[in-house]
Design a protein around this ligand. Structure first.
Ligand code: NAD
Length: 342
């Protein structure tokens, strides 16, 4: 049997536990997996591009457990009544290849992306950071806000989105969480006085959500929206203002903000900062940029976290996903016994 967390159970579990403690919990699993980065199989995700968007498979393995996520990215989806990003994911036992855990990952991707942003910012943002500008108030935004409160204690948010309804939604959803929220009038207005800037917009274009003149010394930029070839958010000159930190360079050079830069543009792999092999922030004035695209190991960590957290609860069910004949060589016997002959 395979354990299965459907959307109803994921939502019940997140609502009963609270999204912020879950994000904090995923952060710990992420850190543990980033610290053993070298022991994982790693490859850029397999992407199928169309004019509408992209559908991707994101596999990895630590040689005990295999995991993958199916995820799409369709920026024009909301205008057609669909979400930009949806996903599901699987863990499997490497010893026999059987899937052991299957879960919805649309909600979980938002939690894991937020947890990854928080984990990185905890290491790179200036100590004492208290104000975050957020550009883009779509599906990922509330999760990002909660991650930065959990990671850095940020409670003051300056929000900008070109869609006023999305900003209203963000303020409404965040009202119970006690943030001090200002709805800005432009990206420039939002970033004024911010210690951290999160960009989480969706547009299948080389957009310029932020220009270099808006970046103050010491700021940490958490750029999560540019995650596909031809889909970036930052003015390329921003990438030369400070140090750029990435997940897996082979994937980020294809999909991230640095796709705008020469192939040998210098970046730092975040796992090396975590393990002390590379420097993180080196001065209060330094600009740090997390060029996030989302990597398979992050999904693996999130899948492990949910699997462990729901064990022994009623937030999952066992499903009959793998045909399991009594004689492992007699698969036909399963259907043969039920088929009319001739
Ligand atoms: P969404 O469509 O729900 O929200 C995007 C928001 O950006 C919308 O509210 C839109 O109005 C706003 N926007 C678009 N252009 C803008 C602009 N120029 N200025 C201000 N606001 C603008 O999308 P989402 O699910 O929140 O995802 C946001 C982005 O993050 C997507 O591009 C997605 O692919 C990416 N993403 C990255 C990761 C990662 O790991 N790095 C994970 C999940 C999603």
């Amino acid at each position: 049997m395979t354990r299965f967390v459907d959307v109803r159970n994921m939502v019940r579990w997140v609502a009963s536990t609270g999204p912020e403690p879950i994000i904090a919990g995923i952060m710990e699993y992420l850190e543990a997996d980033f610290r053993r980065w070298e022991s994982f199989d790693k490859s850029p995700r397999v992407a199928s591009h169309t004019p509408f968007g992209v559908i991707e498979l994101m596999p990895t393995s630590d040689h005990e457990t295999y995991g993958f996520k199916y995820v799409n990215g369709h920026p024009s989806n909301p205008s057609r009544g669909f979400q930009t990003v949806t996903a599901f994911g699987v863990l499997a036992d490497v010893h026999n290849g059987y899937p052991t855990f299957l879960t919805e990952m649309t909600v979980l991707t938002a939690l894991r992306t937020a947890a990854t942003s928080g984990m990185v910012a905890r290491k790179l943002a200036r100590p004492g950071s208290s104000v975050m500008a957020m550009i883009g108030s779509g599906s990922q935004s509330e999760f990002q806000a909660l991650a930065f409160r959990s990671a850095l204690g940020i409670t003051t948010l300056r929000m900008w989105d070109t869609d006023p309804a999305a900003m209203d939604k963000f303020r409404r959803n965040m009202a119970p969480y006690g943030f001090d929220i200002t709805l800005a009038t432009s990206a420039a207005d939002a970033v004024a006085g911010a210690d951290v800037i999160t960009t989480c917009t969706a547009d299948k274009a080389n957009a310029t959500i932020l220009t270099a003149d808006l970046i103050r010394p010491g700021v940490h930029v958490n750029a999560i929206g540019g995650d596909c070839p031809g889909k970036t958010e930052l003015d390329a000159r921003i990438l030369e203002l400070g140090e750029v930190f990435v997940e897996f360079p082979e994937q980020t050079r294809i999909e991230g903000e640095i796709q705008q830069m020469p192939a040998d543009f210098a970046v730092t792999e975040f796992w090396q900062v975590l393990t002390g092999r590379a420097a993180g922030r080196t001065s209060p004035e330094q600009v740090t940029i997390f060029d996030s695209v989302g990597f398979a190991i992050e999904d693996f960590s999130a899948l492990r976290y949910v699997r462990d957290a729901v064990a022994g609860t009623d937030f999952y069910e066992d499903i009959d996903l793998v045909a399991n004949p009594e004689d492992p060589k007699d698969l036909f016997g399963l259907v043969g016994a039920l088929s009319p002959v001739g």
